[in-house]
Design a protein around this ligand. Sequence first.
Ligand code: ADP
Ligand code: MG
Length: 351
Amino acid sequence: TTTKEPPKIHRLDESVINRIAAGEVIQRPVSAIKELVENSLDAHSSSINVVVKDGGLKLIQVSDDGHGIRFEDLPILCERHTTSKLSKFEDLQSITSMGFRGEALASMTYVGHVTVTTITPGQLHGFRVSYRDGVMENEPKPCAAVKGTQIMIENLFYNMTARKKTLQNSNDDYPKIVDLLSRFAIHHINVGFSCRKHGAARADVHSVATSSRTDAIRAVYGVSVARNLIKIEASDDDPSSSMFKMKGFISNSNYVAKKITMVLFINDRLVECSALKRAIEIVYAATLPRASKPFVYMSITLPPEHVDVNIHPTKREVSLLNQEVIIEKIQSEVELQLTNSNETRVFEEQV
Ligand code: ADP
Ligand code: MG
């Protein structure tokens, strides 16, 4: 007979399941850094500092001055699905924190070596503890600590040979990490950010807390961007079509770049929206004589029930309720402001 015996079905080991899941949450060093920085933001930090070695494969270190982690919570900190942010499914509706599913730290311990140093307000010393595969490797040790939390990941993907190889062969993640921190820094302007390579004297991103968005943009993207910006706002409060508020800055006709920079936050989450990006690029191409690509920073707020936050942790592309209406409104505002600024420029050049 030619029919073969069917292969036997068996249950995967917990450790295999966890490592596979972790590799999906933490796809590359920059995804780990995004999770860590969002945790620091959730902890109400006013200063967040990132240090990276070997594009994040050797070392990632994120330090903040936030509220810290309770000593009692350290044993379960890195277990899967442990969180201080969500209890009931219904809470997802109203959640304002970046995280909620309690998967990030756990995932990191399945694909790297994680060490946490933290101190809570009013304590004389902090604690340091390392984790592997979701659990503490030893009892937390008392240690000197400054306000907040420092999370260190060493040897990311040490147990995922193929992943490590492709990351080593491709260009390393450092430019992506700098780009990520730059985006956070111009949105969360009440927080100071820095990002540097391990051992480097100079930070590649450096911002101080400020109340001026253009100051933050200048600190991060440079004067050539900051001095060529137009403030932009749009909104709609018609419950029957779309409800949104948009505030931001777009580059004017003096700005020259080969590539678009589009920094988009929706309800304070860093996201991508390729439809909106394309709509804005079209306006620039049609309005400006020089074929310059724009710099765009936009912060959009929507009723929380109009965006689904229960998306895959790495899925950054969003679609919104009434997306077409919102994009059209923003597009025409961009066009209006750009045309105005272009005409002013021509006029100034003539006189
Ligand atoms: P989530 O952010 O979805 O809750 P994480 O695995 O990212 O899950 O973090 C688990 C928990 O650890 C958080 O809910 C928070 O209570 C705590 N935590 C993580 N990072 C920090 C930090 N930098 N400062 C204070 N608490 C933190
Ligand atoms: Mg988190």
